[in-house]
Design a protein around this ligand. Structure first.
Ligand code: SAH
Length: 263
């Protein structure tokens, strides 16, 4: 079968460099038992993963043409090829045991992929992925950095994140417009955070959505008794001056101070 024709709307940029592909697969640590690859395309990463019989391995691919290509080139994988949209996949239905996620991800859906990781963090001990360099920097950024944002805080609450290496656009066909990078997320030992998790997500989003404002202003969209924490130092800060722990404490303050009911 001939090569898959790259489709832009599916974020298809096929990696040509075998050494980089191998390096990505070798970045998986702790020899995971189960691995799911998102968007295998023509299988540049898949070819190294199928060589590891100790791994229970599956792939999910949205493009029929790529699925046909994979079935032909990796007959040993047959039942491990899922045709579908990773974002629509119910991971808890598919996996009762933890699995590691790997992929040269489709860049048009990097954000939603990592939100899904956040939501399924207790099922996903590790992620190794190639994404846009700028997004990789953002995910790994700590407080004080200009690129520190919503996903940095949410993911860092539960994962140790490492920026592994940068990848040049010319090793892809067709080349993407931006540079790429490989990152690794490893689940930390935080079982639960010390506040309501849904509220935590709302607080973090509200604050970064108005990143130039002091928290005193951006927190206004959340309903609680602001008077009760009026003098707190957090209110004078900007989002990039808040550590993950600070966001948890702020959420706790909001949670413990509901708006007083009018008499
Ligand atoms: N891993 C391959 C291809 C990377 S391009 C390589 O490195 O060469 C991204 C791949 O993700 C494409 O194959 C594309 O078809 C697939 N893809 C895009 N959106 C997807 C989705 N929602 N679910 C699963 N796969 C998707």
């Amino acid at each position: 079968m001939t090569r898959v024709k790259a489709k832009k709307h599916l974020g298809q940029h096929f990696l040509k460099d075998q050494n980089i592909a191998q390096q990505i697969v070798e970045s998986l640590t702790n020899t995971p038992k189960k691995v799911l690859e998102v968007g295998p395309g023509m299988g540049v990463l898949t070819q190294y993963l199928v060589q590891r019989p100790e791994i229970d391995f599956q792939v999910i691919e949205i493009d029929t043409e790529s699925v046909d290509y994979l079935k032909e080139h990796f007959p040993q994988l047959q039942s491990g090829i899922i045709y579908g949209d990773f974002l629509k996949l119910n991971l808890a239905d598919l996996y009762t045991e933890p699995f590691s996620l790997i992929g040269n991800f489709p860049y048009n859906i990097t954000g939603p992929i990592f939100f899904k990781v956040f939501e399924n963090r207790n099922l996903i001990p590790q992620v190794v992925g190639m994404i846009q360099k700028e997004v990789a920097e953002r995910l790994a950024a700590g407080p004080g950095s200009k690129t520190y944002g919503i996903l940095s805080v949410l993911l860092q609450a539960f994962y140790d994140i490492e920026y592994l290496f940068t990848v040049n656009e010319h090793v892809f066909s067709p080349p993407p417009r931006v540079k790429s990078a490989v990152i690794r997320l490893v689940r930390n030992d935080v079982a639960t955070i010390d506040c309501d998790e849904k509220l935590f997500v709302r607080v973090v989003k509200a604050i970064f959505n108005q990143r130039r404002k002091a928290i005193r202003n951006s927190i206004k969209v959340i309903d609680f008794d602001r008077e009760a924490i009026n003098d707190h130092d957090f209110l004078t800060r900007r989002p990039e001056q808040m550590s993950v722990q600070d966001f948890i404490e702020l959420t706790r303050l909001v949670q413990d101070n509901p708006r007083k009911q009018k008499e």
